[in-house]
Design a protein. Sequence first.
Length: 417
Amino acid sequence: MAVSIPIVPAAEAAPAQVRDIQHYMRPGVLQLTSLPPLALYVHLPWCLKKCPYCDFNSHEWREVDGAGNALPEARYLDALMADLEAALPLVWGRSVHSIFIGGGTPSLFSPQSIDRLIGDIRARLPLAADCEITLEANPGTFEKNRFHAFRAAGVTRLSVGVQSFNDRHLKALGRVHDRAQALAAVQEAAQAFDTFNLDIMYALPGQTLQELEQDMATALALAPPHISIYHLTIEPNTYFAKFPPAIPPDDDAYAMLDRITEMTGQAGLARYEISAYARPGHACFHNTNYWQFGDYLGLGAGAHSKLSFAHRVVRQTRFRDPRLYMDNALAGRALAQDEDVRRADLPFEYMLNALRLREGFALQDFVERTGLPVTAIAKALDEAERKGLITRDMARVRPTERGFDFLNDLQALFLAD
Ligand code: SF4
């Protein structure tokens, strides 16, 4: 599904040692003068069917009880709230600027459950008046019919996992929807929501440049305010890793990306992040907060958090397996990992996010969000500039076109020695 949080395997054997709240407040090597905006990510981990390319923490619905029965929506929501309540002392007094309900396929949850989820969060955390609330949805007919009800439940932005409008490619991707359903779902999303996103993939098995152009033309004709576009990658531990499909060679994929950027630009969508294109005023606040190294509290199976304190930045991971997560969260110990980010790792972690943005980052933001002085990245910035990967002035650093094309190389300059 869309952007979002990397879900990495976590040790599942035992909960992380519960750290006393005092730990987070203790003096440390970092000096953060202010805390960044806080976002909330909620992971709903079930899908109708596992796609062969997917390495997200998603589980087939029929596996829930082995007999294809209903999702344990109520129990999972109870677990999410127990998880949130245990985490509240870490974000005390802070308001939430965005919520992203991701998965998995969150639209499998009923609108009543989503309504309860948003209400339960609201009862425990102050939400900013303009809080963006995104829900990921698949374009199946069954889900499309719920879009208006999700809006009524408080969702402000829908992210539709279209991937392609070509039936042959949808089949190759193992998707359960077809072109007709994708078109109908996007039309419904446009009616129900003021802003929405389409997830599109390219460099698909057997895809030609012309087919990619057709996909983009179809997507753009629907006038989406936002599109996220990803190169199909073959991830370890997926069906495609075991049985790799024939995907277009790199040169063809580069040509496709050039066309995507050209076509979206002509349609009035700016590439504001390496994979995200938006009309003015429709950039995703939630994802931008990740890229600006903002804070996020992740609730749900396998979800990650990144939280800042005056003298440390902390990363946490919840139990990945949904059953294990529910059992442990309900017992008040949802965390499988809870660690301070090492001071030496902060520059790379920051750049992994900030350099994805077309506008790059303000040096002052680097200082505020990592608690490090600018001198910590001076050498790497010099090197990046010498290689033509960034431009900079006294206040800001921006990736160049070349920096965007060689983003991994640019980010690697900031790795700890
Ligand atoms: S629908 Fe999305 S999250 Fe679910 S298996 Fe497919 S790609 Fe993964």
